[in-house]
Design a protein around this ligand. Sequence first.
Ligand SMILES: [Zn+2]
Ligand SMILES: [Zn+2]
Length: 246
Amino acid sequence: MRLLSSILEKTVALVFPNTCLICNKISPLKHFCKNCLPSPELISLKTCDKCGLPVKLCACKWNFYYFDKMISCLEADNKTKSAFYSFKFGGNRSGYEFFSLKMVERLKEKQGDFKIDIITSVPSHKSTLNERGYDQVKLLAKGISRQLKVKYIPLLKQPKKASKQHETNTIEQRFSNVVSKYSFCNNCNIKGKTILLVDDIKTTGATLSQCAKELKLSGAESVIAITALTVYPKNKDEEKQTVEKN
Ligand SMILES: [Zn+2]
Ligand SMILES: [Zn+2]
């Protein structure tokens, strides 16, 4: 039986070889070739439970967030960033397997005693999805859903296209850019439920906060946000501060 499954595995690998997420070369390893293999570490800095940023960069005193907890997962070293951009923009949709595994690892480390009832994802506008050909955030959320055995339900939609968040200049612009861009789009009753809200990357948290607001207005008891990567914003009086490990 073992021999059979090993033959089957080798045959599948021959027909559908693994390609490296970064350089696209065929590789015996899953997701990466030997040269590009990132060794992403889960974030080792002490982070604020609410905004998910390292404690010294905590942005809670400037921003109001509708989510109850924010979990950032991976240190963004160069190889991890390349793998992430290849997954998000380069058509390498199978990257979700790698990133969702790491997200679950981090979630288990941070989860504490809360129980998740439903997993959902930050939606993209139709035109963005048509351009990209796939919804990388939904792939991540479904990957997490399969591992945790918690159902994935698409609860939100983005009927109006927001200008791209990275094209805005200030934190205030980012927050106002996403106001009213998302809406609840499902008949399912989420009253009293704890929702895990998945996105791929967090910068200011404006998008996640707006989505969390819609979920709360529709009855969610609490919203835990989680992203694979986090960009540490430079905030007003700590811009030049070096973050010390610990
Ligand atoms: Zn490679
Ligand atoms: Zn904070």
